[in-house]
Design a binder for this molecule. Structure first.
Ligand SMILES: [Zn+2]
Length: 272
């Protein structure tokens, strides 16, 4: 009997360790954290993409924690511009795609905690289910049904003074399946469209799905971007980071509080 109990305890410890990788050393707090969000919305029962939905309550708890722990908020471009003189505990919040809740739910909380964010907007974001571009079986149109930011709402975000606008391509295309010329058009046309529509300069890019061939990084540079974020999980030294392939910390709506703290500490959750 006692052996069974010991075995169960042992298996629980293994499970806990693999899930949270608590042994991974903390990354130096002088290295900035770039946090990746999508929607600030309550999870939907049975929905496939609940990882992309961080509830407003959880988002507020995270902002409260960041502020109470003395973290300093920047946009991605500010992080880059000040890379050699960033204070300890610097971070940037990013939102991908352009969901309407970024204005309705996230902005009031960003203002409350005096935080900034970089929004990576898809130009043609309406009536599109980009999850199908990645996996054909994603045919539930779940992301298509999500309300997207109208141009007027994007303008409202910009007027708040807390938001930097970056490009997330024209159509949320999968670069891995595209020729250089088509990728170049996604990069250049989205930058031009956003700059013309909102009268700002767009210097940062987010790879759709985080997918790209290494040689396409040069195209991002040629298109005039000075930074680009990936979906690779990690925390890097701002002194030596590769501005066109920045790693981020994935903030998942499926994570519990411990997982969030460990991601902030080590860049990712789990043993991978
Ligand atoms: Zn996206």
């Amino acid at each position: 009997m006692i052996l069974v109990v010991l075995l169960v305890i042992f298996l629980c410890l293994v499970w806990f360790s693999l899930r949270y990788a608590w042994w991974r050393p903390a990354v130096d707090s002088r290295y900035p954290r770039i946090l990746m969000y999508h929607m600030i919305a309550a999870p939907r029962p049975g929905a496939r993409f609940n990882g992309l939905r961080v509830s407003p309550q959880l988002f507020e708890r995270q902002l409260h924690w960041l502020s109470a722990q003395g973290w300093h908020s920047f946009t991605v471009s500010e992080l880059l511009a000040q890379a050699d003189r960033l204070p300890e505990k610097s971070f940037a919040i990013t939102f991908d795609d352009g969901y309407a809740d970024n204005l309705l739910r996230a902005l009031p909380l960003l203002k409350k905690y005096q935080c900034k964010a970089t929004l990576y907007l898809v130009v043609h974001r309406f009536d599109r289910d980009w999850s199908m571009q990645r996996k054909k079986h994603h045919d539930q149109a779940e992301l298509k049904r999500e309300a997207k930011l109208s141009d007027e709402q994007v303008q409202e975000l910009l007027d708040s003074g807390c938001i930097e606008l970056g490009s997330h391509s024209m159509t949320h295309a999968n670069f891995m399946r595209m020729e250089s010329e088509a990728v170049r058009r996604e990069l250049v046309e989205s930058k031009n469209a956003l700059e013309e529509r909102f009268g700002i300069s767009v210097g940062s890019f987010a790879y759709p799905f985080g997918l790209y061939h290494p040689e396409q990084v040069e195209l991002v540079k040629q298109a005039g971007y000075s930074s680009a974020v990936t979906t690779r999980e990690g925390i890097e030294n701002a002194g030596s980071w590769d501005a066109l392939e920045l790693q981020r910390i994935k903030i998942s709506g499926k994570d519990n509080w411990l997982a969030f703290l460990l991601r902030m500490r080590g860049g990712r959750r789990g043993w991978r």
